[in-house]
Design a protein. Structure first.
Ligand code: FAD
Length: 442
């Protein structure tokens, strides 16, 4: 192994936000870093589709200026503030709302004064009291909030209607999760990040932004790693086409399932960390992308369904609605299935998924009616990790098991922290710190 005080060679497997954050942090420490990504572009669940009219983000859409670790990672990239006005659709009426900011919901026309009063005396004080710990990098003292589901808390403290309006749409659409299977601590962390923050995106798409952040990192795209080995001389990764990379240490920045498949053969299926990786609960998510025959005027970004009215679609988004000025993605509409629809349609072909979702998409965005030139489905079958009640303790336990692993290997991925971009970035920086400690001991 090379001398940690000079420069080591590190492999990072996975080019999502967590892998790029790990690679950039290791590069900044002076190491030579090779990043292996199975897709043709960086981004993972935040990857962009490169179209002739411009890039369209297919997974993660927006980040908040309150994502401090992400802001540092992307300091050299060009980000644009968005309007990101959303509407909540009930009985065919569009009620303006800005999701992510619980405070903004106090102005929302879809909740009665009684519900708003209770919101102001229950959720908002909780948010204020715990603001310092509702973060992807510091969760001290949140045990009580983590032990209860977001839905049951809001139902009890406010009302069932408030749970349908405040809890379900953002969790269903962007995190593939139901309110009852999501920790109140995670829901409040979303509120904390969304409060008093500017929402940001890139007109060039996240894949481009991540390539900028990975400056100085050797990128190997279309490298689907099959197997890793740890030898006394270091680490080896091989891809499906039998290409091989050797290094002093490896960061595995994939899903928990892929990390499980890599580590199982090395440390054994009964190893506590391998069993913990198998215990991470994920749900596949998809994004349906419709290209319309004509561009449409987009004055809003998110169009969220009332879950008491919609069973197949939880939200649509009009990418062009992020910006004030005209946008090249003006003919694009994105749609996300409900968690129920994902479970029901899991093994169905693309055409059936689109056909099943189309009637509700047309109700949410009537301009799509009879105007779709092309439909595609971007599948994130590796899944989004659910932040179930108790997830903070579960994640801390897993990180402890990883710390005890005596191999030149570190794990990164939002399943180790919180399932959002900031959580992925924090996990990548942690992995880089672990590699630095391992190299210092060697
Ligand atoms: C539809 C959707 C909307 C979302 N919206 C938001 C949002 O608006 N804001 C927000 O903050 N978060 C959002 N999220 C969550 C956010 O996208 C994720 O938290 C974050 O992108 C996860 O990054 P990651 O690096 O941990 O994992 P991933 O992005 O999954 O990265 C893992 C990478 O590893 C690669 N890989 C896997 N196996 C191999 C292998 N064998 N060899 C080589 N490479 C491999 C994958 O291709 C992938 O690039 C959204 C997620 C989804 C699905």
């Amino acid at each position: 192994m090379s001398d940690a005080r000079t420069s080591a060679h590190i492999l990072v497997i996975g080019g999502g936000f967590s892998g790029v954050a790990a690679a950039a942090a290791l590069r900044a420490r002076g190491h030579v870093v090779t990043l292996l990504e199975r897709h043709a572009v960086l981004g993972g669940r935040a990857r962009s589709d490169a179209r002739s009219e411009g890039a369209v983000d297919t997974g993660a859409q927006l980040i908040a200026s309150s994502f401090t670790h992400t802001m540092r990672l992307l300091a050299a990239a060009r980000l644009d503030a968005t309007n990101a006005r959303d509407v909540f659709v009930r009985d065919g009426k569009r009620l303006p709302i800005r999701f992510g900011s619980i405070a903004s919901m106090l102005r929302f026309g879809g909740l009665g004064p009684g519900d708003k009063l209770k919101l102001g005396t229950t959720l908002l004080p909780l948010l204020a009291r715990h603001a310092g710990s509702l973060r992807a990098d510091d969760n001290d003292g949140l045990e009580a909030l983590d032990g209860v589901s977001a839905r049951s808390f809001v139902e009890r403290a406010i009302s069932e209607r408030a749970a349908n309006v405040l809890v379900e749409p953002p969790l269903n659409a962007f995190y593939g999760a139901r309110g009852r299977e999501t920790s109140l601590a995670f829901f409040l962390a979303l509120g904390r990040y969304g409060s008093d923050a500017t929402l940001l995106a890139s007109r060039d798409g996240w894949s481009h932004v991540l390539a900028t952040a990975a400056d100085g990192v050797r990128l190997e795209l279309n490298a689907h790693v099959d197997v890793i080995q740890i030898t006394p001389a270091g680490a080896v990764a091989r891809d499906r086409t039998h290409r091989e990379w050797r290094a002093d240490a490896i960061v595995i920045a994939t899903s928990a399932a892929v990390a499980h498949a890599f580590l199982g053969p090395i440390v054994g299926e009964t190893h506590a960390l391998v069993r913990w990786l198998a215990s991470v609960v994920t749900r596949p998510t998809w994004t349906v992308m419709l290209t319309l025959e004509q561009p449409l005027r987009a004055e809003t970004f998110g169009v969220l369904a009332d879950p008491s009215e919609a069973t197949m679609v939880s939200a649509c988004a009009l990418p062009a609605g992020r910006w004030t000025a005209e946008d090249r993605s003006a003919g694009i509409v994105l749609a996300w299935p409900t968690p129920d629809a994902v479970e029901r349609l899991a093994n169905h072909p693309v055409a059936e998924i689109v056909a099943a979702m189309m009637p509700e998409i047309e109700r949410l965005v009537p301009e799509t009616r009879g105007a779709v030139a092309r439909a595609r489905v971007f599948r994130f079958d590796e899944g989004t990790p659910l932040a179930e009640p108790g997830f903070l303790a579960h994640r801390a336990f897993g990180r402890g098991l990883e710390e005890a692993l005596e191999l030149p290997v570190a794990l990164a991925g939002d399943y180790l922290t919180m399932p959002l971009v900031e959580g992925a970035v924090v996990s990548g920086e942690r992995a880089a710190g672990r590699i630095a400690r391992i190299l210092a001991r060697a």
